[in-house]
Design a protein around this ligand. Structure first.
Ligand code: PLP
Length: 286
């Protein structure tokens, strides 16, 4: 089935959707994005993603392409048109184009570009990796200093995933000044003596929508949480480790740089948090 995608007000077959070669998203990575999961045909934490998108746009002095209600309508229409039961919706807003290449931003009346498309992923909630856990390697974090803004500058995270693959692992955690920042496309945690440890929010990491929800749910379940800097060695010596993201939900990490975490199998806290997260998020899905 050909996907129907959304581009600047139009729903089109994917092969007919186009964006200018002068678009600043293409030329300058001058663009932000969001990925919202779909489970049982419903949007998971749409509001969280819409609020973060608004913040990313504001931080970059970029115009909002439309209202939150309009965004919701587009998301829902794409789910319907593409018959998505489980999967993701990718959204990207760029600063648009005034028909040439220039480092200087185009005039303020330049229309932003808005593109959305669906990714059909049957079995997303029941991913086999959640039962086996994933292996990660550590790499140096050489990204820019505003990782709290969800920009499309994903070359280094993409290279990180390739480094992991080459090393026979699934993903990478990035390390700066001796401390773990986050995964290439997820937030990082370990659990020691029942306590969940994760890096506090700052400009150094993306403020994960799943992170926020999972920490709230962990607190409601009376789990102990500590937000502080941590090292790879601490995570290696932990009882369990895991990552969170909108499309992986809560994913256990069983090996770090070739060393088994705990027993080298998914831990009970990660498993419980995944269950609670999926359950609660589905109940609140719209
Ligand atoms: N950190 C990075 C670098 C990411 O790219 C992502 C998701 O893409 C996350 C964390 C997790 O964020 P969220 O839970 O909002 O998907």
């Amino acid at each position: 089935m050909t996907r129907t995608v959304y581009v600047n007000g139009q729903y089109l077959p994917e092969g007919e959707a186009t964006v200018s070669i002068f678009d600043r998203g293409f030329l300058m990575a001058d663009a932000v994005y969001e990925v919202t999961s779909v489970l049982q045909g419903k949007l998971i934490d749409f509001d969280g993603h819409a609020v973060r998108l608004e913040r990313s746009l504001k931080e970059l002095d970029m115009q909002a392409p439309c209202s939150k209600d309009e965004l919701l309508e587009i998301h829902r229409k794409l789910v319907e048109l593409n018959g998505i039961d489980e999967g993701m919706i990718y959204l990207q807003v760029t600063r648009g184009s005034d028909g040439d290449r220039d480092f200087v931003f185009p005039s303020e009346d330049t229309k932003p570009t808005l593109v959305l498309f669906t990714q059909n992923k049957p079995g997303l909630a029941d991913a086999p990796a959640a039962k086996t856990g994933i292996k990660i390697i550590s790499i140096e974090d050489i990204r820019w200093g505003r990782r709290d803004i969800k920009t499309v500058q994903l070359l280094y995270p993409s290279m990180g995933k390739m480094m992991a693959k080459k090393a026979g692992a699934d993903d990478a955690w990035m390390v700066e000044d001796g401390h773990v920042t986050e995964g290439t496309s997820n937030n990082a945690y370990f659990v020691k003596d029942g306590k969940i440890v994760t890096r506090p929010l700052s400009n150094d990491i993306l403020h994960g929508i799943t992170r926020r929800a999972v920490l709230r749910m962990a607190e409601e379940a009376q789990m102990e949480i500590e937000e502080r800097l941590f090292t790879i060695e601490e995570a290696q010596g932990a009882d369990e480790a895991f990552v969170t993201s909108a499309s992986a939900f809560v994913m256990p990490v069983v090996e770090i740089d070739g060393k088994a975490v705990g027993e080298g199998v998914p831990g009970p806290i990660a498993a419980r948090l995944r269950e609670i997260y999926l359950d609660e998020s589905l109940k609140a899905a719209i």
